[in-house]
Design a protein around this ligand. Structure first.
Ligand SMILES: *Cc1c(COP(=O)(O)O)cnc(C)c1O
Length: 437
């Protein structure tokens, strides 16, 4: 075995002596160096839309990279970034300006900084953030602070800034003295009392539609809309994080629109480029933007910018990606595939070891009941899944199904069948051979 130099993300390296080498991708399939095929069940960390090697996207990258590979948005502009910004503003209700960054976490940092500076621009001293428990917003310090989850970030807790957190209704984690409806009301009441009593709150931040990294926790009907109304009532900005849920994951192009909520700032990432290049965007309303729009010596311009902001190759492929949504009527087609997941719900729920199943659009979280094993559950599931020709990555004890949105019904059926088989085999092995893992 040759020495490997990569330190892999969120990975106990001691557990992995080697990694499967992916050589190429074709449609929904990843192909490794031995020619084995794996169905990409997590859309390459939730960002792939059309599958791999989609001709139109490749051609866009080739064409753009011949003309202009990178040029700055500092003092200059270029057509791919302009075209995409216009399109993003057009598809996003109430949004007016687009600020580019490179990944979901930075799009959150940008949103937090815009919110803080906005209140200074308009001469009010509001500098606190409020967020939902169990929410995830990225791995940088600002995003860890607002998306604080103990199991991911406890090592850094002492260095995070403090954020007010409001409980969130989760059916499988309901405190015993409440019904689900009562608990939802309780969460909203808590939020309202915080907003009403603390005039220092600058912004509320939440994932749009569902908490995905928190184990696919789908908000109850109108929950987001009610939060949106409360924020308006108490003059607190609402930031919605659509990094995971925007562009169709939950079945709608713009999730905050289908939630009938009215954010002041919205963040896009993951599926923005179809999963081909790294790019994120933070959009704001005219009201927010106008507060920055002043004479230079007033020092109200936004103090933020990244080297690769609005990269031409990334923005051109994102524009093409969004064009393809229209061309192939992608959002409409998600609904039918979503039904396929729902149809298998009972079957999956009744599996040994399965505690709870949650699904909407093209995401499913299968929560397992499992005692601690010597190996991480992620590795156990990954290996068994790979034996069954699918690529899965679990989050905590939740098996995540997050396929590329353009997956065919046959391939989705294959993914579900093999996921069931994976869970059955793991469950059998854990029972019969405690030492094996
Ligand atoms: C993945 C994710 C992020 C962070 O995006 P990165 O590109 O990994 O930095 C932020 N918010 C949500 C909801 C996410 O799922």
């Amino acid at each position: 075995m040759q020495k490997q130099y990569i330190w892999h993300p969120n990975t106990q390296m001691k557990e992995w002596s080697n990694f499967r080498i992916i050589k190429s991708g074709n449609g929904m399939w990843l192909i490794d160096s031995n020619g084995n095929k794996l169905l990409d069940g997590v859309a390459s960390m939730w960002c792939n839309v059309w599958g791999h090697s989609k001709k139109e996207l490749i051609n866009t990258i080739i064409k753009q990279s011949k003309d202009l590979q990178h040029s700055s948005l500092f003092n200059l502009t270029h057509e791919p970034a302009e075209k995409l910004a216009k399109k993003l503003a057009q598809i996003s209700p109430h949004m007016y300006k687009v600020f580019y960054s490179d990944n979901g976490s930075t799009s959150i940092e940008v949103a937090l900084k815009i919110a803080l500076q906005y209140w200074q621009n308009v001469g009010k001293s509001k500098n606190k953030f409020i967020s939902l428990e169990n929410g995830y917003h990225g791995d940088t310090f600002g995003s860890m602070s607002v998306g604080y989850m103990d199991e991911f970030f406890s090592k850094f807790k002492t260095n995070l800034f403090s954020v007010i957190q409001i409980p969130v209704p989760i059916k499988s984690k309901l405190p015993t003295k409440y019904t689900f409806d009562e608990y939802q009301k309780h969460c909203l009441n808590m939020l309202e009392s915080k907003l009403a009593n603390d005039k220092k709150i600058a912004a509320m931040i939440m994932e749009s539609g569902a908490q995905i990294a928190g184990g696919v926790n789908i908000y109850p009907d109108k929950f987001q809309q009610k939060i949106s109304k409360l924020c308006r009532k108490y003059e607190v900005l609402l930031i919605v994080d659509e990094v995971a849920t925007g562009f169709g994951r939950l079945g709608s192009l713009v999730e905050y629109q289908s939630q009938k909520s009215k954010p002041d700032i919205v963040c896009y990432g993951k599926m923005l480029t179809g999963g081909y290049m790294t790019l994120a965007a933070t959009l704001t309303t005219k009201k927010i933007y106008d507060s920055f729009n002043e004479k230079f010596y007033n020092m109200k311009h936004f103090f933020h910018g990244h080297t690769f902001t609005g990269n031409p190759i990334a923005t051109s492929v994102a524009y093409k990606n969004l064009e393809l949504y229209g061309k192939y009527n992608l959002i409409k087609k998600i609904e039918n595939k979503s039904k396929l997941l729902k149809k298998r719900y009972d079957e999956i729920t009744s599996l040994d070891m399965v505690k709870d199943v949650r699904t909407k659009g093209l995401v499913m979280g299968i929560e397992l009941q499992i005692d601690r094993t010597k190996k991480s559950l992620n590795k156990i599931i990954f290996e068994e899944a790979a034996n069954n020709n699918i690529y899965l990555r679990t989050l905590g004890n939740v098996v995540m199904l997050v396929p590329p949105l353009a997956i065919s019904k046959n391939e989705l059926t294959f993914l579900i069948d093999k996921t069931i088989k994976t869970i059955q085999n793991v469950s059998k092995n854990l029972k019969h051979n405690h030492n094996k893992f």
